[in-house]
Design a protein around this ligand. Structure first.
Ligand SMILES: Cc1ncc(COP(=O)(O)O)c(C=O)c1O
Length: 382
């Protein structure tokens, strides 16, 4: 059996008629940049997230950048975040001229460890930027409590977490502002680049709207040095079509993820623990194993494609060397990057394919004598 890592072509086949009509509509209306389709998407996505406002942009990276600027981040401020993320989280901090400060992850969740945040706060800290990694909500309550007490803003990187729920609320509606990505492979993906900022704060939304469009509040009257961060009309139209299907796709991802959890529970792989009060949308299904590269090669040989998110943590990437972190600075993050493997998971995947992946992992880990967590612990205490 062949199991691809993901499959956007099958999804397109189910949307093709609507998408072609939408392309035609956008072209007929010559509504190529922003326009009605984008305005409708902004309303519907804000409602979906339970946020008052949504500002549609050309990427999640732009959304992070504008959220940081709107929160008042200035050059030489510090922003606390995780190094276990896609590089864009940290790039956006640098675009704002601020300094990223990394806090290690909680190894049980792979998300930022709230208990370590307080020690990283200095007089220059402005924002805490948790990432809902893989679609699994970061533990926001303790983060919000620290932020409130220390007068900091919380900005959510929800780029991987469309629709994920933390204690009854959708992510993206909880912090001062949030960033979403609609990169094609995301749970809600455009047919090109796309992103959005969500917020309950009217001033932030207004500021982001002006900044995305060259800093102009009125045509050719520029109040700020702005950016060209506008969403295309076509992406708005595609997102309107896909948003209607998002809950159905999320339920499929959740059911397949549950099946993985059941089938992998006795095998020598570790899975991140979801907090009972939160609901993951499983953008990625990531497991942790000791000899990740062997497992990956052997799965590939047996027809199962996998990926790595992410092979090298941000603090050990070349451009960030000047921040002064070294190998060993963030041990849990570094171990997660050494051991992580992303298994195939997409709404069109079948239960039979999940079973095949799990059976193949069982076969490989047995053949190569992988140790279960219990065995590893016993060995290391000997
Ligand atoms: C956690 C995270 N943050 C930010 C981004 C940036 O989004 P975009 O690629 O739309 O700029 C991504 C996208 O992959 C992401 O996964």
């Amino acid at each position: 059996m062949k199991v691809p890592y993901f499959d956007l072509k099958t999804q397109y086949a189910s949307l093709r008629d609507d998408v072609l009509l939408a392309v035609d509509r956008v072209c007929q209306n010559a509504s190529f940049i922003l326009g009605d389709e984008v305005a409708r998407f902004e309303q519907e996505f804000a409602a979906y997230c339970g946020s008052n406002y949504c500002v549609a942009l050309n990427s999640g990276t732009s959304a992070l950048h504008l959220a940081l600027l709107a929160a008042g981040v200035q050059p030489d401020d510090e922003v606390i975040t995780t190094a276990n993320t896609f590089i864009a989280t940290v790039e956006a901090i640098c675009y704002a001229g601020a300094r990223p400060v990394f806090v290690d992850i909680d190894p049980k969740t792979a998300n930022i460890d709230p208990e370590r945040i307080e020690d990283a706060i200095t007089s220059r800290t402005k924002v805490i930027l948790p990432v809902h990694l893989y679609g699994r909500p970061a533990d926001l309550d303790p983060i919000l409590e620290i932020a409130e007490r220390r007068d900091l803003a919380v900005i959510e990187d929800a780029c991987q977490a469309h629709g994920a729920i933390y204690k009854g609320q959708r992510v993206g509606s909880i912090g001062r502002a949030a960033a979403f990505s609609f990169y094609p492979g995301k749970n809600l993906g455009a047919y090109g680049e796309g992103g959005a900022l969500t917020t309950n704060d009217e001033e932030i939304a207004q500021f982001a709207r002006i900044l995305r469009d060259h800093g102009q509040s009125k045509r050719y009257y520029h109040d700020f040095v702005g950016y060209n961060y506008r969403m295309d009309g076509f992406q708005g139209a595609v997102l309107n079509i896909k948003l209607k299907r998002l809950n159905e796709w999320t339920r499929k991802r959740q059911a397949l993820a549950q099946l993985y959890y059941d089938l992998l529970s006795e095998l020598p792989v570790e899975l991140p623990q979801d907090k009972p009060e939160s609901e993951s949308v499983y953008h990625l299904f990531v497991a942790y194993v000791d000899d990740r590269d062997t497992l990956r090669e052997e799965l590939e040989r047996r027809g199962v494609q996998t990926a790595i998110h992410y092979p090298r943590p941000v603090h050990l990437q070349k451009p960030y060397a000047a921040l002064g972190y070294r190998s060993g600075s963030l041990p849990h993050t570094e171990l997660a990057c050494e051991r992580c493997i992303s298994l195939p998971l997409f709404p069109e995947m079948t239960a039979q394919q999940v079973r095949y992946v799990a059976d193949t992992i069982a076969e490989v880990t047995e053949q190569f004598e992988y140790l279960t967590v219990a065995n590893r612990t016993a060995n290391s205490t000997r």
